[in-house]
Design a protein around this ligand. Structure first.
Ligand SMILES: Cc1ncc(COP(=O)(O)O)c(C=O)c1O
Length: 258
């Protein structure tokens, strides 16, 4: 989680609506309150690497009834869902087809019943690895604003330099240690190589593709993020590791990181 108290305060002061991307944070909390519920709206992903999954899909949570209706319409071709006759629905806005099917939702409900167990195991696995790396001088861990609320899907840590982080990622991959990500060079999770996004490359004309936007996107310059991400490795935490697999993983990690 981010430093939510500060974010909420700055948003309130500036009159900016806070929208939380809690995609990876189902079951996580900050000072006892669920992530995704601090601002105007929060979103969750249920894709297959998330804490619980529907195979695909997601959810938006909000306590604003007007926003609720707008989101619901947007996800379903703009239907207002006022009655049982879909053909009689009004369409207050143009929407897309982001519907979650009932079959997917049924999988999600079954997964939701396992959430506490999943969190308990992830937290235990993360604690084991973190404790097992704690004495290594080259490794420092990212700060968690509220460690008790961590859903423990990832363990992120820093190495002293970009070169060492990149080398460690290569060495871990060579030893077959999967799920150790170096996001800085990754085409998906960090802006550096999102050329399609910076060019607003789309199958049809985008409403936002106005004068000035491309220049703005091409000019994104975030040196502090670059400096942090350049040194960061991020380990996926799995629910179904056996004690042996966990111990082997720690041995391999220590061999590379020490
Ligand atoms: C923080 C964050 N936001 C958004 C997404 C995208 O979720 P989805 O694939 O369900 O659209 C992800 C998934 O990787 C994520 O981790």
């Amino acid at each position: 989680m981010p430093r939510l108290a500060e974010l909420v305060a700055v948003c309130q002061k500036r009159g900016v609506p806070l929208i939380e991307d809690a995609a990876q944070a189902m079951g996580a909390s900050y000072r006892g309150r669920a992530l995704g519920t601090f601002g105007l709206a929060g979103s969750f992903s249920f894709d297959y690497v998330k804490t619980i999954t529907c195979a695909e899909g997601g959810a938006v949570v909000t306590d604003d009834p007007a926003l609720h209706d707008r989101v619901q319409a947007f996800t379903d071709h703009g239907h207002d869902h006022r009655g049982a006759d879909r053909g009689a629905d009004q369409h207050p806005i143009i929407g897309l087809n982001f519907r979650l099917s009932e079959l997917h939702a049924a999988v999600g409900l079954a997964q939701l019943r396992k959430l506490d167990l999943i969190l308990e195991r992830q937290r235990a696995h993360k604690r084991f690895l973190k404790d097992g790396l704690a004495d290594l001088a080259r490794v420092t861990f990212r700060e968690l604003p509220d460690p008790d609320g961590d859903s423990a899907t990832f363990l992120s840590f820093f190495l002293p330099s970009e070169a060492e982080a990149r080398q460690a990622a290569r060495d871990l991959a060579a030893r077959g240690v999967d799920g150790c990500f170096y996001w800085y060079d990754n085409n998906w999770h960090y802006h550096r190589q999102w050329q399609h996004f910076k060019d607003l490359a789309s199958p049809a004309l985008l409403a936002v593709k106005r004068a000035g936007w491309l220049e703005h996107l091409h000019a994104i310059h975030v040196p502090r993020s670059d400096a942090l991400l350049g040194r960061t490795l991020c380990l996926l935490i799995k629910v179904n590791w056996t004690p042996d697999q966990l111990a082997q993983r720690l041995t391999q990690l220590r061999a590379v990181l020490a």
